[in-house]
Design a protein around this ligand. Structure first.
Ligand code: GDP
Ligand code: MG
Length: 602
């Protein structure tokens, strides 16, 4: 390859040395190498002129030229530069003096060519030092793209900056800020999972990846490939085996992927190693779920919970990522609190975690009060639980016209919604929608969602909503029961509500259903069998409660106070013999008021 620029009068052996730079490969995601830095600084010392190297995202040197950066003309870039995107090429160049301050021509060339980064290097004593500038992705009021600088630092320090992250963030921000309406940069994901050869898990690898695929789509990614590997246990350094990683690396090129999602939680070092090797963003199941949670949390408490979970997840992962915090901005796994919070150091994250915990504690007290209020009113609570996407929110909506967000996506609901439902016998109940459960939902995420899950613990009755159209509905039920066990709620009275029966074609399913005691088939969406459901709930609670009329003499006013605590008081009338109350009373309380009974009202 030819050396560009003004090379007249340059000795042949120096030209040869410049040409060797074309053969120097840079690891993907790293800005430059010591070898390249040393070579071009040495040549500059011989020539007394600037030398510039242009490198693409594959780590290949695409051009070497002599002369200042302002005049360079790169054919690679012409075709690709877009106002919204970085060009995918970076410039590493020398300053003949040890002063690496980026000059105005350097910065205008950075803007014009939309370089990923612009780096100036020079020798100071025995060290090579560097200054770097790059787009922040923000624009000032006049619409001028803002730049940020780092340095001077030792040039080798820049190897710690993850170029992959930096450019993802910048691109994301550029396109977002310039054209609010444009679609985000498409996230093209490869999914990868391990089929553990030792113990058989109940979920097949296909089922697990199918779900991961739904999660990825919910988060907004396009799935462009899946890779699985049979293994005894995950590799401690890379999660998958070396050969598999190579396969993924090729696949990334082939299908143009920019994201790899692993089906299990990765350790921070596995994640880091994979990023270094593959040069694309690496996420795991937990990060994906967190991302969805971030997009979907609506209440202030929900948002705080997600932020907390995200900070906790991030904390062990931010060490050693160099000067530029790698997990800023840019798509799945980086949304929400991540963008601004993660640039701060660990200590500030700790402080933040502490603050959020306090705020959540406050909100919790508030909620406990509310709940105490509800308890006092003796309106029984029914909680909808079930696998994500089973139809819980749809059921709540159909029963109450609550307008709760229901969507064919995983985790459409994150915040508890409680609505009043009046049963056919006029009995009132409070119906609560909850977050959906999922297999492999990490325990620390479960604990992050106590907001909705506390409702489950407090409920008088659970409706376990099942998506009967899923082939593996039994596995989904088992996963839900696992979480209920975590919550110590597995012994609560529960009805199994088989939803989406409109989609079930197998008749034997209905025979099985009929044979089960606390089971009922419904369609929340098509309003099938919902009357029966309400009737069933009413029957359950009326077996627990009794509706009666009590006549309390005027001189026993304290009994009325007690009644208000213990029962639902539906009507109060003042007669000449005392106060006549129509109440619904739990069976176990009836004894206390037996002697005031006027006669059954039902
Ligand atoms: P949740 O995650 O359990 O709250 O589930 P959603 O209520 O958000 O519902 C998930 C998807 O299932 C939505 O697209 C609903 O329209 C759909 N769905 C809910 N109930 C039924 C049903 O009875 N029949 C059919 N065919 N689809 C349903
Ligand atoms: Mg829902």
């Amino acid at each position: 390859m030819k050396v560009n620029g003004n090379i007249k009068n340059i000795k042949k052996y120096i030209i040869d040395q410049l040409e060797t730079v074309y053969d120097m490969q840079v690891p993907i995601g790293q800005i430059s190498t010591n070898e390249i830095n040393e070579q071009i600084v040495s040549i500059t010392e011989l020539l007394g002129r600037e030398v510039a190297v242009y490198i693409n995202r594959q780590g290949k040197v695409v051009q070497v030229s002599v002369g200042d950066t302002a005049t360079v003309d790169l054919p690679e870039i012409k075709e690709r530069t877009s106002a919204l995107r970085l060009s995918g090429i970076r410039c590493i160049h020398t300053h003949p003096s040890a002063d690496t301050t980026l000059s105005d021509p350097d910065l205008s060339s950075l803007r014009r060519m939309r370089f990923d980064v612009m780096v100036a290097i020079g020798r100071k004593g025995s060290d090579i030092i560097a200054s770097m500038a790059f787009f922040t992705g923000e624009f000032d009021e006049g619409g001028l793209a803002q730049l940020q600088g780092i340095g001077p630092v030792e040039a080798s320090t820049l190897h710690k900056v993850s170029l992959t992250y930096l450019t993802t963030i910048i691109n994301k921000k550029l396109s977002r800020d310039t054209l609010k309406e444009t679609v985000d940069e498409e996230e093209r994901a490869i999914l990868a999972g391990i089929e553990l050869s030792g113990k058989r898990s109940a979920w097949s690898i296909e089922e697990s990846l199918e779900e991961l695929s739904q999660l990825a789509q919910t988060a907004g990614a396009v799935v462009v490939g899946t890779v699985t590997q049979k293994k005894d246990r995950p590799d401690s350094a890379l999660f998958l085996g070396k050969g598999k990683i190579q396969e993924i690396s090729l696949l990334i090129q082939e299908v143009n992927a920019n994201l790899v999602i692993m089906d299990d939680e990765l350790s921070p070092s596995q994640q880091h190693n994979l990023e270094q090797l593959l040069g694309v963003k690496i996420l795991d199941r937990t990060a994906l779920i967190l991302d969805i949670f971030t997009q979907r949390a609506r209440s202030s408490e929900g948002k705080l919970q997600v932020e907390l979970a995200q900070l906790r997840y991030t904390l062990p992962r931010i060490g050693g990522q160099g000067l530029v915090m790698s997990r800023l901005g840019g798509g799945i796994g980086t949304r929400g609190p991540g963008e601004t919070k993660l640039e701060v150091d660990k200590r500030r994250i700790y402080t933040k975690i502490h603050e959020i915990e306090k705020q959540i504690e406050q909100l919790k007290k508030h909620r406990t009060l509310h709940r105490a209020g509800r308890k006092a009113s003796r309106i029984p609570t029914v909680s909808l639980v079930g696998y994500t996407n089973a139809g819980k929110s749809t059921l709540l909506n159909t029963l109450t016209n609550a307008g709760v967000f229901a969507e064919d996506k995983l985790f459409a609901t994150l915040d508890p919604t409680t609505r009043l439902v009046v049963l056919p016998n006029k009995q009132k109940i409070l119906l609560t929608d909850t977050v959906g459960f999922i297999q492999k939902l990490p325990h620390h995420l479960v604990s992050a969602f106590h907001a909705t899950l506390e409702e489950v613990q407090e409920a008088d009755l659970l409706l376990h909503v099942v998506d009967s159209s899923q082939e593996n509905y039994q596995l989904q039920m088992a996963a839900v029961i696992d979480v209920l066990k975590d919550l110590k709620a597995e012994d609560k009275p529960t009805f199994n509500i088989f939803n989406k029966i409109d989609k079930v074609e197998d008749d034997s399913f209905f025979a099985k259903l009929a044979a089960e005691e606390h089971a009922l088939g419904i369609s929340a969406k098509n309003n099938l069998n919902l009357d029966t459901l309400l009737q069933k709930i009413a029957t359950y609670f009326s077996a627990q409660n009794q509706r009666l009329q009590l006549l309390i003499p005027f001189n026993e006013g304290e009994k009325i106070t007690q009644l208000h605590d213990a029962a639902t008081v539906e009507a109060t009338e003042y007669t000449e013999h005392g106060t006549l109350l129509t109440v619904t009373l739990p069976l176990e309380k009836i004894g206390q008021f037996e002697k005031y009974k006027v006669g059954d009202n039902d």
